[in-house]
Write a new protein. Structure first.
Length: 287
């Protein structure tokens, strides 16, 4: 590790690191920043940030407003992001199954992966209802209090989960959020035992989700699929009904990804999948 670090220090290009850090300070809640704001956030002199911003603007990675002079992310990033998404075999293989799940349940469907301890949405299909909760492909969400996140964390080494909790903390989003490591570990054990995860308004009020893990040809959990309902509460019977549809979808995607394990027979198989006639109407995004 020390040798690798020393090699990196020898080859690193500070200007590139600064340019990348400048791009990273933009987010959904601060999509447009002035030079002064960028300099303050990144901790560099305004003249240095100005040179970086001009270079990134010329390359299309930043845009400058002709009226305010503030900067925002450029379309070049969107182009590169589209290339990454389109190259993901998982997304391509999963899409028809996600569409079927959406048709069968009427719910908003998400496909997500785990990256740096957070969930990243890599696909999304809107549900039937006009109610929308903000989410986008490429957006991140916490793992400890979301259906997708718990379905993914459950199959990580326990030591990794504990390290993640120690490093990032277990932030409380609602009164239902899990905020202790012991409770999180118990919840992840339940996910492994039953084969699916639930988010009972733990990240957003009224937002309930059911999620199941997706495996690859090595039987490794590489992603998860979820459906979302916006309701005051969700009964155990309703959870089971929707879990059947979600688990079946996850298994179908896993098979398309090359998973052909005898574990399928042993995997938890909740009651028959949910359909539109099964009760609740589904709603907008988020895990």
């Amino acid at each position: 590790m020390r040798q690798r670090r020393a090699k990196y220090e020898y080859y690193r290009v500070v200007a590139v690191e600064r340019a990348l850090e400048l791009l990273r300070i933009f987010a959904q809640d601060r999509a447009e920043l002035t030079l002064a704001q960028m300099a303050e956030r990144i901790g560099l002199h305004k003249s240095t940030v100005h040179r970086l911003a001009l270079t990134l603007e010329k390359a299309g990675f930043l845009r400058r407003s002709p009226t305010t002079g503030a900067y925002s992310l450029g379309l070049k990033l969107l182009e590169l992001g589209a290339v990454v998404l389109n190259s993901l075999e998982l997304r391509t293989q999963a899409r028809p199954h996600l569409e079927r799940l959406r048709r069968d349940t009427g719910c908003t469907v998400h496909l997500g992966i785990l990256d740096a301890g957070e969930v990243v949405y890599i696909d999304k299909i809107e549900g039937d209802t006009p109610v929308r909760i903000y989410s986008q492909v490429g957006r991140r969400a916490p793992a400890h209090c979301t259906g997708l996140g718990k379905a993914l964390l459950a199959f990580q080494p326990a030591s990794s989960v504990r390290e993640l909790a120690a490093a990032q903390g277990l932030r409380r989003y609602t009164p239902e959020t899990i905020v202790t490591v012991s409770d999180l570990m118990s919840e992840l054990e339940r996910v492994r035992r039953r084969g699916y995860a639930v988010d009972m308004a733990e990240h957003e009020p009224l937002v309930h989700c059911v999620s199941a893990p997706i495996r690859d040809h090595n039987s490794e959990v590489i992603a998860a699929v979820s459906i979302t309902l916006i309701v005051p509460s969700l009964s155990a019977a309703e959870v089971e009904r929707y879990a059947g549809a979600v688990v079946a979808t996850a298994l179908a995607i896993s098979r398309d990804m090359g998973w052909a394990s005898g574990a399928e027979a042993a995997a938890t198989s909740p009651a028959a999948g949910a359909t539109r006639g099964g009760g609740r109407s589904c709603g907008g995004p988020l895990l």
